[in-house]
Design a protein around this ligand. Structure first.
Ligand code: NAD
Ligand code: MG
Length: 337
């Protein structure tokens, strides 16, 4: 097989799948998409000009199989479709270590098993590639039977543009635990709750919801851009002395020792498997709690205020769109279909 340009099958054409497929093709790889006939993203993959086969057929012809379906459908997909069809000695690639690390998938012994995880959503993986940049990626090796596993992971990482940044070598364990922690405590969970609580505090005190939206949500991007470009140092270079003094004396009112202790609890539940067991059970039971809690975020009054204000921000028409038609809520029936 070719280590520099393995023949690739990508199973799943959602956020990551579409971005990887388009970038790899533009980088000169032979890419086939594996999707259930009539599934929600099949039309999109065909419209993008890809050869679309059933997952089983796509897997059969590949030297490298990238598993880019939702994490919760991967164990059944692996057992029923991938393992019976993947060629001896082929390479199995994941974009998140969850199922291997928590032993929901135990890959066949003859396979190379690698991880290439871009540290950003699929739409950005594509957009950054198109403008000649890349989303930082990490990679890891779980099984190296061919002796080429690392070269294959790096070839794939290069093909999606992730090696334009410093690709960092990690392990399945480190990627899984840090990825879950980041999204729960800081990026998705922590940031959402911080914004909502700040907005509620101002609105409950009688301030205009629109003004509170600008202060607590919209301006967050301007601060995060400074973090991205030059860390917290750069933020301090750009904000006023008054903002600096306020931040330095009041930030720890909010993120205090208790908040840090709670972060430690989040991490412990990831490390000891509590979170994984809970999420797997929730998914298996039909996601009722997940859907209800998500609806709570969608119905939060800050969303209506933001929608109205963003209608005047014409430039947002160019913002990347979510890729997966199937995105609104993970459906257990997806796995069965
Ligand atoms: P997604 O929900 O956006 O897309 C899933 C795709 O899989 C869709 O094309 C769907 O139709 C298809 N699919 C669902 N069930 C299937 C089945 N049984 N057989 C075949 N196809 C099926 O998924 P995603 O968010 O891109 O996540 C894919 C992987 O990438 C996950 O391991 C995730 O942890 C990882 N990841 C995601 C992100 C992100 O930003 N979304 C970032 C890094 C890593
Ligand atoms: Mg993640």
């Amino acid at each position: 097989m070719s280590t520099s340009k393995p023949r690739i099958a990508i199973v799943g054409y959602g956020s990551q799948g579409r971005a990887h497929a388009l970038n790899l093709r533009d980088s000169g790889f032979d890419v086939t998409i594996g999707l259930r006939p009539g599934g929600p993203t099949e039309i999109k993959a065909r419209a993008d000009g890809f050869a679309v086969k059933t997952p089983a057929e796509a897997v059969k012809g590949a030297e490298l199989v990238a598993v880019l379906t939702p994490d919760m459908v991967q164990p059944q997909l692996y057992g029923e479709v991938i393992e019976p069809n993947i060629a001896p000695g082929a390479c199995l690639l994941f974009a998140h270590g969850f199922n291997v690390h928590y032993e929901q998938i135990n890959p066949r012994d003859d396979l190379d098993v690698v991880l290439v995880a871009p540290k950003g959503p699929g739409a950005l993986v594509r957009r950054e590639y198109e403008i000649g940049r890349g989303v930082p990626s990490v990679y890891a090796i779980h099984q190296d039977r061919s002796g080429n596993a690392e070269a294959l992971a790096l070839a794939y990482c290069g093909g999606i543009g992730g090696a334009r940044q410093n690709a960092i070598k990690t392990t399945f364990k480190e990627e899984t635990e840090t990825d879950l922690f980041g999204e729960q405590a800081v990026l998705c969970g922590g940031a959402t709750k911080l914004v909502q609580a700040g907005w509620e505090t101002l609105v409950e005190a009688g301030y205009q919801p629109e003004v509170a939206y600008y202060e607590c949500l919209h301006e967050l991007k301007l601060i995060v851009d400074l973090f991205y470009e030059g860390g917290i140092t750069r933020m301090h270079e750009f904000i006023s002395e008054t903002a600096q003094y306020g931040a330095l004396t009041r930030g720890s009112y909010v993120i205090d020792d208790n908040a840090k202790a709670q972060m430690k609890k989040v991490l412990e539940e990831i490390q000891d498997g509590t979170f994984a067991r809970q999420w797997i059970a929730e998914y298996a039971a039909g996601n009722a709690n997940y859907k209800a809690m998500k609806q709570g975020d969608l119905d939060h009054p800050i969303e209506a205020v933001g929608k109205k204000l963003r209608a005047n921000m014409k430039w947002l028409a160019n913002a990347p769109q979510p890729q997966a038609a199937a995105r609104p809520a993970a459906q257990p029936e997806e796995a069965a279909a």
